[in-house]
Design a protein around this ligand. Structure first.
Ligand code: NAD
Length: 262
């Protein structure tokens, strides 16, 4: 296997300062890609860049909020000015938002989850696709088992709606972008050990719980232990590489079989 499948390629990863985005950035950079690290928290992004450089890789930091059209336009412009093209885009930034029963979930809470997870994905693709069209490329959208196979996380209506919509976008765009030699796929992680719980507000969500229990643990492959960000990053790297050159419009569940139990 080629140890540097991404040599001479430029990648953009959103939410690159922690969790799956950080692991993906390190993985793509170790495979030879120049990686643009986009997110809201500059310190975290700088740390990721330091780690990439310590490993002999290269990249740049782009501070932007994915839900903000102007900031995203500027960030992508900065990237394409610094580099000659763009071939890989990982739309990963996301929040759990507020998990609450539907009659308790406030309109502004619903809107903020939609803004980051769905509008953020749209803006990422909207600004990047024109550059991918120049040489073809691969887009990976980080969705979830929630909203694509499972609907049992209590109170996660807004979150699962965004994750379902992301997969719909992937399937719609696989047709639209195929003629430009752009592939687009989704990874749908199950429980992964990251910092996402810091971005979760819960309120009376147990009122929306569905009483199901799995005595053997709910991740068959690991006996209940969550997956790692690196395990998701490996699948994203596969979808970014030529090894998946005939794959587009496809969700891949990275969950140790968790979603099949629900
Ligand atoms: P994380 O909180 O560690 O990482 C999310 C990153 O996105 C953070 O660096 C955060 O700063 C950034 N971010 C959040 N809002 C942003 C905004 N408005 N603009 C720019 N950056 C923003 O969590 P993670 O688990 O690595 O999540 C990454 C993706 O994986 C998310 O889309 C999430 O829905 C998805 N996912 C995670 C799990 C899990 O169990 N961890 C499961 C399924 C899906």
């Amino acid at each position: 296997m080629n140890p540097k499948p991404f040599e001479r390629k430029t990648a953009l990863v959103t939410g690159a300062g922690s969790g799956i985005g950080r692991a993906t950035s390190l993985r793509l950079a170790s495979g030879g890609a120049f990686v643009a690290l986009l997110g809201r928290t500059e310190d975290e992004l700088r740390q990721t860049l330091d780690e990439i450089r310590a490993d002999g890789g290269e990249g740049l930091v782009l501070v932007a909020d994915v839900s903000h059209a102007g900031q995203m336009a500027q960030a992508v412009e900065r990237l394409v000015t610094a580099r000659d093209g763009l071939q890989i885009v990982v739309a990963n930034a996301g929040i759990n938002g507020t998990w609450a029963p539907i009659d308790d979930l406030k309109p502004e809470e619903f809107d903020s989850t939609i803004a980051v997870n769905l509008r953020g994905t749209y803006l990422t693709l909207h600004h990047c696709v024109r550059h991918l069209k120049q040489s073809g490329g691969s887009i990976i959208v980080v969705s979830s088992i929630n909203g694509t196979r499972t609907f049992t996380t209590p109170g996660a209506t807004a979150y699962s709606a965004t994750k379902a919509a992301q997969l719909a976008m992937v399937q719609q765009l696989a047709l639209e972008l195929g003629r430009h030699n752009i592939r687009i796929n989704a990874v749908c992680p199950g429980a992964i050990d990251t910092e996402i719980d810091d971005n979760t507000q819960t309120r009376k969500e147990r009122k929306a719980i569905v009483p199901v229990e799995f005595p053997e643990g709910d991740i068959p492959l690991t006996g209940g232990k969550p997956g790692t960000a690196e395990e998701v990053a490996d699948v994203i790297a596969f979808l970014a590489s030529d090894a998946s050159r005939h794959v587009t419009g496809t969700p891949i569940w990275v969950d140790g079989g968790q979603s099949l139990l629900r």
